[in-house]
Design a protein around this ligand. Structure first.
Ligand SMILES: [Fe+2]
Ligand SMILES: [Fe+2]
Length: 176
């Protein structure tokens, strides 16, 4: 594996852990505001991001490389003041991650690293879903506006989300 490839994967491990941090910070805020359902949704999102990080972590190990765990930045977006802004920031972040994954895929092709190219496909498909999930909730929040009982119902809906192991190794082996 080239240094460039190792660098981009180590960076992505950090990006995915940052995503987990961001969603966990949102979860804490939402729970403080009384939105237990939305807090649950964000906490599960954080767990999935942790799985995404572990996917890249495992990939490096399987290729005989040692993952490098770097400092995770403070999620500044956690200072946002309402649920719509939070989910919108989440979507903007997912678009950034989609671009990151695209760069990994491009590098894999450039270097003819077919294993990495194949591995990255899982993340490309996952990003389509991640963006779609955020868009769906943003659309609902926009429709609802400040209708209290509708906000309550959406919160109940988000409470139903359950954690399912995510990432390219989730079905084969849940332990990283
Ligand atoms: Fe992710
Ligand atoms: Fe994500």
């Amino acid at each position: 594996m080239t240094e460039k490839t190792k660098e981009i994967i180590n960076n992505q491990i950090n990006e995915e852990f940052y995503s987990a941090y961001l969603y966990l910070a949102f979860s804490a805020k939402l729970e403080k505001w009384g939105f237990k359902g939305a807090a649950n949704w964000m906490k599960i999102q954080a767990q999935e991001e942790n799985d995404h990080a572990l996917g890249f972590f495992r990939f490096l190990l399987e290729r005989g490389e040692e993952p490098e765990l770097r400092a995770i930045a403070k999620p500044e977006e956690a200072s946002l003041k309402n649920m719509l802004d939070m989910f919108s920031a989440g979507l903007a972040h997912e678009k950034h991650i989609t671009a990151c994954i695209g760069k990994i895929y491009e590098l894999a092709r450039e270097e003819k690293d077919y294993a990495l190219e194949s591995f990255t496909k899982w993340y490309i498909d996952e990003q389509v879903e991640e963006e779609a999930n955020a868009i769906e909730i943003i659309d609902k929040l926009k429709l609802i506006g400040d209708n209290g009982s509708a906000v309550y119902m959406l919160d109940q809906e988000l409470k139903a989300r359950m954690y399912v192991p995510s990432g390219p190794y989730a079905t084969a082996n849940t332990a990283a």
